[in-house]
Design a protein around this ligand. Structure first.
Ligand code: ZN
Length: 239
């Protein structure tokens, strides 16, 4: 589908939540997000801890089912909490992955948390979700953050942390010459050019400003926590 920002009303004017479009191909047994990019967040960085800290547990819904593989859907309805003290059938030396469903109360994003259970102990958590397609009405873009794990965030002018808006098939990355650093540069160029007012994801590659593109493709951006304010981004365009 050729999506243009504004084609679909993805924001509730009262609640401000982002709504979602699910793509299904029944013949192939596929149900997935159509526009929102899937992202995976660990727990190791301050940003990840801040974001996961506000997640609210909820019952699984159709969006959670779209995030996981079809074979994993039944597990969403039986997280370890629901099983209570029932002993897990874990064979020695093997991990059993448990899944919990949450939502982000600020952006309405569905989140599936996964943790391994190793002989009854809770292991590392990972959180799978959809990136928003834009910030909410009234939010302003404050700063762009790459955390130590290479995840992309935005801190709004009001101080709220969000996953960086991203569109499916236009994933972001840094540190090499390729499509993903180009998509990131195009997005940040739009933010800088509009004084942080237009935060919609899905900016075409050709709108990347050369100076911002040079930065996303350089090793300077790679694998260390970085924070660029809106002012920094605007200055890069003027350099
Ligand atoms: Zn669990």
């Amino acid at each position: 589908m050729a999506y243009q920002y504004g084609d679909l009303n993805l924001l509730d004017p009262i609640k401000g939540y982002l709504h979602f479009v699910i793509q299904t191909e029944l013949r192939l047994g596929i149900a997935s997000g159509s526009l929102n990019a899937e992202v995976s967040i660990g727990l190791q960085t301050p940003e990840a801890r801040e974001w996961t800290g506000r997640l609210v547990r909820c019952a699984p819904n159709a969006l959670h089912c779209a995030i996981v593989e079809p074979s994993e859907i039944p597990a969403l309805f039986r997280p370890c909490l629901e099983r209570g003290r029932e002993k897990l059938s874990v064979t020695a030396g093997s991990d059993q992955v448990c899944r919990h469903t949450f939502y982000d109360p600020e952006f309405g994003l569905p989140v599936v948390g996964r943790h391994a259970q190793h002989e009854g102990r809770t292991g590392w958590w990972t959180y799978d979700t959809y990136a928003p397609l834009g910030l909410r009405p009234g939010d302003s873009f404050g700063s762009f953050i790459i955390d130590d794990e290479g995840s992309f965030w935005v801190r709004t002018g009001e101080g709220l942390l969000s996953l960086l808006p991203q569109r499916r098939a236009l994933g972001y990355d840094i540190g090499y010459s390729g499509g993903e650093p180009h998509a990131l540069a195009a997005y940040l160029s739009q933010v800088a050019a509009t004084d942080g007012e237009v935060t919609a994801a899905g900016v075409p590659y050709e709108r990347a400003h050369p100076a911002i593109l040079a930065w996303t493709q350089s090793s300077a951006a790679d694998r260390e926590r970085r924070e660029l304010t809106l002012r920094d981004l605007k200055m890069m365009r003027c350099a």
